[in-house]
Design a protein around this ligand. Structure first.
Ligand code: BES
Ligand code: MN
Ligand code: MN
Length: 460
């Protein structure tokens, strides 16, 4: 039997539904695109807007500058030293909205269609972060206090690799000391099915630059006698996998932890249809490492992907040219216990080994993040199960995730605090893509789940 959301909190959300939505829309209208320096002013404005909201709700808010985008911290410690302390994390930055012509409504003008809030950042992560702010407000407005002490940490650089956050966490470990970390920056496994994440993959991201001749050459006068950097790059990239989809970098799998048969059984028990998943992507077939199902490939196996490629003539028609350089963006998704800096070392050695003579190759690391796997025991997860079951009317499932949230591994490493990831996105939500959306219903239920979570945790 699942419990119910406390009546007073539920009534608050019902009474304030349209105001809360209007405020979220204000947040979504700020184009806080962290990757683009022309949006630096907007990104700062989003931090200031958020800090003011956090302050209005009843927390003490501070904006910490970094060499990149600012970090917003909110604090309320009125529950007393006997009560647990929770650290809420989220990010107020968003991905670039391009290609703009594919949006059905402008990315920074929130638009509701079919029960979905369309806007860049609606689900990733402004909507989910804002829901936490409003859950705190509910407690303060209805009861003038919270059952737990709260620290809210919001960054503006998650979508560009959280470059400055690990250092901030290290230097402010005392300020951030908490019993639990709670994050809503992920998705539910299926509509109506609340989900708790048990894992995230890490990331090691590189740019490979291949330099051949000092200028572009006539491909007839020089081709065949001068090494072509585009072909050299293609050869280098082709060495990354063998024909069973296994990554060939020596030592790459040394730290990969085996999840065991129990975890694989749990994955198989989830309601997942590989054919449906394939159709959703529009690809003609699925592919990947031999011996693993799609969910296993996504959650428990590492990958190597080309994210971008650039060389030679790519305009209209044909141009007979031997390009002087070629470039690729290449990233590895990592799984426990792979370490991004170790992967960097192995990657450098591998590229050096496979580079053909006649070109010069540079590998530049762009960003990285540690993988993470949860220990799903204890009061934090029991409380989350109860709160999600009450708000969604259904017991949550435990799922894995192929994406990354770089700071999660840092929280584990630096603070040693258990992390709960309960997200309210949905499959097909178009995160990072045109027409990103957040389900209104999930937003509404998510507010209640989070507000109830604080009650449940306060009982411990
Ligand atoms: N919220 C996502 C991570 C995520 C994706 C969680 C899908 C659950 C499901 C996050 O904002 C993100 O996009 N992370 C980047 C990290 C990178 C830019 C360092 C990612 O995974 O590519
Ligand atoms: Mn996110
Ligand atoms: Mn994202």
């Amino acid at each position: 039997m699942s419990g119910t959301v406390p009546r007073d909190l539920d009534a608050f959300f019902t009474a304030n539904q349209s105001r809360i939505r209007d405020e979220l829309f204000e947040f979504l209208r700020i184009p806080s695109v962290s990757a683009r320096s022309e949006h630096n002013g907007d990104t700062r404005r989003a931090a200031e807007w958020l800090a003011r909201q956090v302050e209005d709700v009843g927390l003490k808010a501070t904006i910490h500058p970094t060499p990149g985008h600012p970090i917003v911290v909110g604090e309320w410690r009125g529950a007393g030293s006997d009560a647990p302390t929770v650290l809420i994390y989220g990010h107020y930055d968003v991905q670039p909205a391009e290609p703009l012509e594919l949006w059905q409504s402008p990315p920074f003008e929130p638009n509701v269609r079919d029960g979905k809030i369309f806007a860049r950042g609606s689900v990733d992560d402004k909507g989910q972060l804002y829901l936490h702010v409003k859950a705190l407000e509910a407690h303060f407005k209805v009861r003038s206090r919270l059952p737990v002490n709260v620290i809210l940490l919001a960054e503006g650089e998650e979508e560009v690799g959280s470059e400055n956050l690990a250092e901030f966490v290290e230097q402010n470990a005392e300020l951030l000391r908490a019993d639990s970390v709670v994050i809503s920056d992920s998705s539910m496994f299926a509509p109506g099915l609340p989900s708790i994440l048990s894992s995230l993959r890490g990331l090691a991201y590189f740019q490979i630059d291949v330099q051949g001749p000092s200028v572009d050459l006539h491909s007839g006068s020089y081709g065949g006698a001068v090494v072509n950097p585009a072909m050299a790059l293609a050869r280098i990239l082709a060495t990354m996998h063998d024909d069973r989809g296994h990554i060939t970098i020596s030592g790459f799998y040394d730290k990969v932890r085996d999840w065991g048969e129990t975890a694989r059984k749990e994955i198989r028990a989830l309601p997942f249809n590989e054919k449906g998943f394939q159709h959703e992507t529009g690809a003609s077939a699925l592919g990947g490492e031999a011996g693993y199902s799609a969910l296993e490939r996504l959650w428990m196996r590492p990958t190597c992907e080309v994210n971008g490629l650039l060389s030679g003539y790519t305009g209209e028609g044909a141009k007979t040219v031997l390009p002087s350089k070629a470039m690729a963006k290449v990233s590895y998704r990592l799984v426990p216990d792979q370490d991004p800096s170790e992967i960097e070392r192995l990657m450098h050695a591998h590229v050096e080994r496979v580079t053909p003579p006649g070109v010069t190759v540079t590998v530049t690391p762009l960003h990285g993040g540690r993988p993470w796997r949860a220990d799903l025991g204890g009061p934090l997860f029991d409380s989350a199960r109860r709160a999600l079951a009450a708000a969604f009317g259904r017991e949550p499932v435990i799922t894995g995730e192929g994406g990354s949230i770089p700071v999660v591994g840092d929280f584990q490493r630096i603070l040693g605090t258990p992390v709960l990831l309960m997200g309210f996105g949905l499959p097909g939500e178009n995160a990072h893509a045109p027409n990103e959306w957040l389900s209104e219903e999930n937003f509404t239920r998510g507010l209640r789940a989070v507000a109830m979570l604080w009650d449940e945790l306060g009982k411990n």
